[in-house]
Design a protein around this ligand. Sequence first.
Ligand SMILES: CC(C)(COP(=O)(O)OP(=O)(O)OC[C@H]1O[C@@H](n2cnc3c(N)ncnc32)[C@H](O)[C@@H]1OP(=O)(O)O)[C@@H](O)C(=O)NCCC(=O)NCCS
Length: 152
Amino acid sequence: MSSALSLKKVTPENVKAACALRIRPEQEKVVAPVVMSLAEAYASPETAWPRVVFDGAELVGFVMGGFEPDCPVDAFRCGIWRLNIAAGHQGKGYGRFAVEAVCAEARRRGQRRVTVMWLPHEHGPEEFYLRLGFRPTGETMGGQVIGELWLS
Ligand SMILES: CC(C)(COP(=O)(O)OP(=O)(O)OC[C@H]1O[C@@H](n2cnc3c(N)ncnc32)[C@H](O)[C@@H]1OP(=O)(O)O)[C@@H](O)C(=O)NCCC(=O)NCCS
């Protein structure tokens, strides 16, 4: 993994590149496109935490955390809402970097547990999240597995 990795807010300078980010075609069923996530972030500015991942000057990924500690739905209190790593840049540690950034933000907010939901799918991210230490809670929502990670 490159040492030039950084996480940035979405700005007028990088928003077009963020919207142009594409995952692999066979993965498109498992996560919303960035443009949809940014529209949702616009509608939920208090809870959505959208960020872009750069390697040097190149935008390689998008991640959106969600933080709503008082939400009645447990899976929406502190978690990863979206994660998209560009097709040509997968398998280089950028996804791990993005998840760790959400975890760091969660810790900063005093949280100890991060959740994520994934669709069981042959091209889905289940193995990735398991590799990073997430474990299924045993619950599902809308056909998606709910995973949790306790922060140390
Ligand atoms: C899933 C996704 C985010 C992973 O990002 P990535 O940058 O390719 O993953 P990383 O390179 O950071 O991988 C981290 C670890 O997970 C492992 N991993 C990643 N994808 C894996 C897979 N499909 N199967 C098994 N292991 C996998 C890597 O081998 C690596 O392990 P290591 O650190 O021990 O070497 C990326 O493939 C993606 O954007 N997929 C399409 C969209 C998606 O599914 N988003 C999640 C929606 S909830």
